[in-house]
Design a protein around this ligand. Sequence first.
Ligand code: ADP
Length: 155
Amino acid sequence: MRIAVYPGSFDPITNGHMDILTRATKVFDRIIVLLAINPAKKSRFSLEKRKAMIEESIRGLEGVSVDIYEGLTVDYCRKVGATHIIRGLRAVTDFDYEFQMAGANRFVDPNIDMVFFMASNEHAFISSSTVNELALSGADISSLVPPAVAEAYKK
Ligand code: ADP
């Protein structure tokens, strides 16, 4: 059984995240979307709301679940028996950060490896903060996010 963890802020989950997740289901038997608690980061949606939106969005994806964790992703992986951490890459700017994270994770546990999926062309510009800015300025973001998120912005 190949188990992977897909960590992030998901504030909110976007079609970019969903694309990575859908593609990763072809590689792993079980994927846990891990809402990482980061008290230093100011968030748009509460942890509970972000979790609820993820739950609704992954309903059709077999083997995918969601969890919340405060601490090192590597520690969480060990707890659930995951061997890989999934991340997405959009631009070179993502690469710098992810390269550093991969080194730090390997330092903590060399048995847990990171796997990167390249953003699809149509999703490469989507980030949670871009979606948030667009939505707040009144743009229609329904083609950029799962229905549960579009619904949340309408409220
Ligand atoms: P974090 O705060 O940990 O970067 P995010 O929720 O912003 O959390 O992103 C989680 C992961 O998803 C990161 O690896 C990020 O690069 C990736 N990601 C975000 N948006 C996209 C996208 N549009 N296409 C591909 N990967 C993406």
